[in-house]
Design a protein around this ligand. Structure first.
Ligand code: P6P
Length: 339
């Protein structure tokens, strides 16, 4: 009987990757599978969020008799739970937690990875049914194994990432992750309850026709950014356009679209957020890693995102990220300013 080997599940893919590296311990594969499990559980709740909200408003108790939790707190608990009870993660940092957590048990203290994540980015979009996502970033700890992790294990430059990825809860639910060997996308197949390889070896097109920015802040942006945006608005067929502006206010969705189709996403400095809005460690770094492995570029307007050495867990950064050719055109405007 022929076994269908055409479509690999996430588990099969990570095991195949591990087999390609005889010295691999399997810890990273286990960690990615743990994150996939958390994503499946979050997906169930996200898909019925509207219903739960209505029931939750009625009396704070949902149909299962559970206390209605905020969905992003729920998502945080799911990701933290699978990593804490797994065998591959020594500690975590999360958008939902003030400080990092060292799991500090004998198994976890001997794990070689730490993970940072935004458990449910864009959760403000849930009540209007806009796609949202989970973002994660994996590093090898820098302190010796056998002891609890410390802050320096988390404050590493993004270039040290071992893996990074996201889950987008959209028209379908997809998990996309990158290692230095490539970027691969897996679509959740409800018929078997598994993420199945649907987008092997994702490459970000060198040029695209989509620019993503919040036009509501236009007059707060520095002049080179304004100048570049106006160039985008004036592109013609002859100059690589015409461009279209797409911005749905959910980073995972905007960046997933631009990764697949080509495009540029910008979150520049504004008056009330002079250092940018997006978080370096668990929003900018993971996407910068993914986009660079896929052939794109990511900077804060001055330096490569992955080269920034963080000083705080929740520090913010400006972000310009996307297709290599579009980023280089933007950089030609920014360099004039810097010059
Ligand atoms: P603004 C969502 O709140 C988020 O963190 C990202 O997902 C999104 O790209 C950005 O903020 C949108 O911010 O200020 O344009 O609404």
């Amino acid at each position: 009987m022929m076994v269908n080997r055409k479509i690999l599940t996430l588990d099969e893919f990570t095991i195949q990757q591990m087999r390609a590296f005889p010295h691999a311990t399997g810890e990273l594969s286990n960690l990615l599978r743990d994150l996939g499990l958390a994503a499946k559980r979050i997906n169930v709740e996200v898909n019925k969020a509207g219903l739960v909200d209505i029931l939750g408003d009625a009396g704070e108790i949902n149909v299962q008799g559970e206390d209605v939790k905020k969905l992003d707190v729920y998502a945080n608990n799911q990701v933290m739970g699978v990593l804490k009870h797994g065998i591959s993660c020594a500690g975590i940092g999360s958008e939902e937690l003030d400080d990092f957590i060292a799991f500090d048990d004998p198994v976890s203290n001997n794990s070689k990875y730490v993970c940072m994540f935004d458990p449910l980015d864009g959760s403000g979009n849930i009540d209007v049914n806009v796609s949202i996502g989970t973002i994660f970033s994996v590093y090898r700890r820098v302190t010796p194994k056998g002891q609890p992790v410390s802050r320096e294990d988390f404050l590493q430059a993004g270039i040290n990432q071992v893996a990074a990825g996201y889950i987008v809860y959209g028209s379908s639910t997809m998990l996309v992750y990158a290692t230095r060997r490539g970027v691969n996308g897996f679509t959740l197949d409800p018929s078997i309850g598994e993420f199945s390889l649907s987008h092997p070896n994702i490459q970000c097109p060198e040029f695209g026709k989509i620019y993503s920015v919040n036009h509501g802040n236009f007059f707060q942006y520095e002049k080179p950014v304004q100048d570049y945006i106006q160039v985008c608005q004036q592109k013609t067929k002859e100059t690589g356009g015409p461009y279209t502006q797409r911005y749905i206010g959910s980073m995972v969705s905007d960046l997933h679209r631009n990764l697949i189709k080509g495009g540029i996403f910008m979150y520049p400095a504004t008056k009330d957020k002079p250092k940018g809005k997006l978080r370096l460690l668990y929003e900018c770094n993971p996407f910068a890693f993914i986009v660079e492995v896929a052939g794109g570029k990511a900077t804060n307007g001055k330096v490569r995102i992955l080269d920034i050495v963080p000083t705080e867990l929740h520090q913010r950064s400006t972000l310009f990220i996307g297709s290599k050719g579009m980023m280089e055109e933007l950089e030609s405007f920014l360099q004039r300013e810097n010059a």
